[in-house]
Design a protein around this ligand. Structure first.
Ligand SMILES: [Zn+2]
Length: 186
């Protein structure tokens, strides 16, 4: 499990929230407006040698962003067999299916951590709900998820890390205003 992150100077200046970040078991969601540093945090966790990760020794990190979730646009060589298998599946799947395929293809072990940048990209609501189910199952099996997401389906019953204080409450109020108490489509 990944317990926390203390960012290096280079990454810290690109993230709106100051101080170390702490993660829990299960699903952690980084929430904030565009430009507040959500993707920066995920990239720092995955690949920065200067940022300090508080991490159990044998944790393996798996990283998904819109490029790795849609490998037809990815020109880089496949890293390993699992990666190749995911790409092969993706070639025969609709946009975004790669993440769902990952739940069954990746050899996730207890304590592994999935880093996911906006899993809702290119998904309809049914797809988003399926991904959420998959993430729940993964966490019940001992996995951990740290994601960046704008979608409220991923906010419910998760550890929320706001990059702007009060952001979730503001967004939910806006959703309620848009949909309204009279309902939609009446
Ligand atoms: Zn860094």
């Amino acid at each position: 499990m990944l317990n926390g992150l203390e960012m290096c100077v280079n990454h810290a200046r690109r993230v709106k929230r100051k101080g170390p970040l702490f993660f829990t078991r299960g699903i952690n969601v980084i929430v904030g407006p565009n430009g507040s540093g959500k993707s920066t945090i995920l990239k720092a966790l995955y690949s920065c040698d200067r940022c300090q990760n508080a991490m159990d020794i044998d944790v393996r990190l798996h990283y998904f962003n819109s490029v790795t979730m849609n490998p037809r646009t990815d020109e880089s060589p496949a890293l390993n067999m699992t990666n190749m298998a995911l790409r092969l599946r993706a070639a025969f799947s609709s946009h975004g299916e790669i993440l769902k395929a990952a739940f069954t293809t990746l050899p996730i072990q207890k304590g592994d951590c999935l880093l996911i940048d906006e899993p809702e990209a290119g998904q309809d609501l049914d797809g988003i709900l399926k991904i959420r189910e998959g993430l729940n199952a993964l966490c019940e099996g001992g996995g951990q998820v740290i994601m960046a997401s704008h979608h409220p389906v991923f906010w419910r019953d998760c550890n929320i890390l706001e990059l702007k204080k009060g952001y979730v409450a503001t967004q939910l109020r806006k959703y309620r205003e848009i949909i309204g108490s009279d309902g939609v489509g009446e």
